[in-house]
Design a protein around this ligand. Structure first.
Ligand SMILES: Cc1cc2nc3c(=O)[nH]c(=O)nc-3n(C[C@H](O)[C@H](O)[C@H](O)COP(=O)(O)OP(=O)(O)OC[C@H]3O[C@@H](n4cnc5c(N)ncnc54)[C@H](O)[C@@H]3O)c2cc1C
Ligand SMILES: *[C@@H]1O[C@H](CO)[C@@H](O)[C@H](O)[C@H]1NC(C)=O
Ligand SMILES: *[C@@H]1O[C@H](CO)[C@@H](O)[C@H](O)[C@H]1NC(C)=O
Ligand SMILES: *[C@@H]1O[C@H](CO)[C@@H](O)[C@H](O)[C@H]1NC(C)=O
Length: 534
């Protein structure tokens, strides 16, 4: 029977996986190549090859109530958006609370994971680990791969003719740590993802000039949304997920684009993309427009070529430069897996981004190998909960042909809806994806019955942020604190903001009666629709 599980990596995905194994009575051994937990979120002064790396100021773009593990809320005084040191603090608390450290082997790099010769009947794996210069061999009943997606910088130098003769410095954003070294320099950031925008803003405080070059532009949205609430707590709700299903895409695009243009006109600011809002990942930056309007960051088109001292852009303009920072993203791979198609095909297809579909036994799971439009911690955690139940045979996977079909269908749909870019072909909408996995294992909240028996909770679940506690209300892994965590989430959002308490009486943060009744009516209506449709 299934007992010994290897977890590869002790980042946020690996920690959730260890905890999940313990919850289900399995015996996890986590191998972590570095000497500490945290993966990407553990800031180090120097980037090390083969490891994820962040800059000193990196702060989450998902807020704490949506970024939490589902049965371990962030302390209420933690800020809504978390500096990497704050995430580490939380992870250390989590590890201590669930006593995970003794299951982790540090400085142990997994170098090979291979099917055993009797794999088709046992589903077991041979695992080779390198620790202290020695190779150790193990046999495991199941493997949970949590090795991350941000360790291999993607640096397409061939797309930038002349970069080799450029006399200044060029680096990938993966190497960037802090702005001091760049004082007084003329700098260009290439690429307008989250990293490119963050770096451009940060560097412009010390640089003599910062340019931000983008081929296709971007929609820029902000962490601080209407009334100062974290954007994901406002937008990622079940109510909106239902609207998304019924509204035509062009209306949603129009709404979002009008909203973002009302803050600053993307055309005037040189950022207007050719693509519509929903077709490509938007970039988070609260500060970028401030820095553009004060001239500290200048937006430029794609670089056509580099000369010894400058860049020439596609519009023919030329700028002198000292430093080029490529914020061109990452690729990922699993160098420890046997390099042929018996595990993964060339497109690395996985059923619901977790299970390679063609294995004789489903004893290998990939966790966190996707890009949720939402937070990674809860997504990975739910994937692990599902994976472990499949390992144990408590949930069954469909037949190979059904899985392969599902993968193909989703890929088709994706290609139709999104810009085809291999690096974000793993994008999923948070609520939809979570519900899909939760349904597999029977932990999706049952709104209809909640609405009858616990309307207060149902309202918060439907109209409030879709927080991970919702997936601990029932079924396997049920957590007694889930209901309370949901009903107090707004307090935890407000608490770290209201640090100057007013002595006068202020109106409490409550929803007027008429709004409540309208919402209730609407909820009933929508639920009926869902029931009829589904
Ligand atoms: C700049 C940046 C900002 C981000 N901001 C957010 C955010 O705000 N919110 C959010 O939800 N997500 C964010 N993400 C996504 C981020 O990837 C996840 O939050 C999270 O870090 C993923 O964790 P992980 O455990 O899957 O992988 P990682 O954090 O990459 O951890 C993988 C671990 O596996 C170890 N490992 C790898 N290979 C081996 C091996 N062969 N043997 C042993 N150990 C191995 C590594 O040493 C590492 O410790 C951001 C990503 C980037 C790049
Ligand atoms: C490919 O897979 C087969 C069967 O599992 C294995 O015997 C072989 O060693 C693998 N080849 C490589 C190059 O990994
Ligand atoms: C694995 O296969 C790919 C593509 O076939 C090849 O480029 C790569 O070099 C191989 N890696 C190893 C370690 O054999
Ligand atoms: C947050 O930033 C990371 C790194 O750029 C990105 O991969 C992720 O998709 C962003 N999150 C959201 C919700 O956009």
């Amino acid at each position: 029977c299934m007992e010994k599980i290897a977890v590869v990596g002790a980042g946020v995905s690996g920690l959730g996986a260890i905890k999940t194994c313990l919850e289900e009575g399995l015996e996890p051994t986590c191998f972590e190549g570095s000497d500490d937990i945290g993966g990407l979120w553990r800031y180090e002064e120097k980037a090390q090859s083969g490891r994820p790396s962040i800059y000193e100021s990196a702060t989450s773009n998902t807020s704490k109530e949506t970024t939490t593990y589902s049965d371990y809320p962030f302390p209420d005084h933690f800020p809504n958006y978390l500096h990497n040191s704050r995430i580490m603090e939380y992870l250390r608390m989590y590890v201590q609370h669930f006593d995970l450290t003794k299951h982790i082997r540090f400085l142990s790099k997994v170098c090979s994971v291979r099917k055993r010769s009797d794999f088709s009947c046992t589903g077991q794996w041979d695992v080779v680990v390198e620790a202290a210069g020695k190779q150790e061999s193990y046999v495991f009943d199941g493997i949970i791969v949590c090795s991350g997606m941000y360790s291999d910088p993607f640096l397409p130098l061939q797309n930038f003719p002349g970069i080799k003769r450029f006399k200044g410095q060029y680096i990938h954003s993966w190497e960037y740590k802090s702005p001091e070294k760049f004082r007084g320099k003329k700098i260009i950031a290439v690429g307008i993802g989250n990293s490119g925008a963050d770096l451009a803003v940060e560097l412009s405080h010390v640089a003599s000039q910062v340019f931000l070059s983008t081929r296709q532009g971007a929609w820029i949205w902000n962490r601080v949304w209407d009334y100062g609430m974290p954007v994901d707590t406002v937008l990622f709700t079940r109510f909106n997920a239902v609207l998304n299903k019924f509204y035509p895409t062009f209306l949603i695009n129009r709404w979002a684009e009008n909203k973002l243009n009302a803050r600053f006109n993307h055309d005037v600011y040189g950022l207007l993309p050719q693509h519509r809002f929903l077709s490509h990942q938007a970039t988070f930056s609260d500060d970028l427009p401030n820095h553009i309007i004060s001239g500290r960051v200048l937006i430029k088109p794609n670089v056509r070529e580099f000369t010894v001292t400058s860049a020439i852009f596609e519009d023919g303009t030329e700028e002198d430069l000292d430093v080029v920072i490529f914020a061109t993203g990452y690729t990922f791979s699993f160098p420890f897996l046997e390099n042929n198609s018996t595990v993964l095909d060339s497109q690395r297809s996985m059923f619901k981004f977790v299970f390679p579909p063609r294995l004789e036994k489903p004893t290998l799971a990939f966790i966190g190998i996707l890009q949720p439009v939402g937070a990674t911690i809860p997504t990975s955690e739910l994937q692990s909960r599902w994976a472990v139940r499949v390992f144990k045979g408590l949930n069954k996977l469909p037949s190979v042909s059904v899985m392969v079909d599902d993968i193909r269908k989703k890929r088709k749909k994706f290609e139709k809806e999104f810009l085809t870019n291999p690096r974000d072909s793993r994008r999923v909408q948070y609520v939809n994806y979570m519900d899909e996995i939760a349904s597999e294992m029977g932990v999706k909240p049952n709104l209809l019955s909640l609405f009858l028996w616990d309307p207060k909770l149902a309202m918060e679940i439907f109209f409030g942020p879709c927080t991970p506690y919702q997936y601990r209300l029932r079924g396997p892994g049920k957590w007694a604190g889930a209901r309370k965590a949901i009903l107090t989430q707004r307090e935890r959002i407000i608490k770290p903001l209201r640090t100057r308490t007013l002595t006068r009486d202020h109106p409490s943060y409550s929803v007027p009666f008429w709004l409540k009744s309208t919402c209730a009516a609407l909820l009933l209506f929508v639920l009926t629709l869902v029931v009829i449709k589904g």
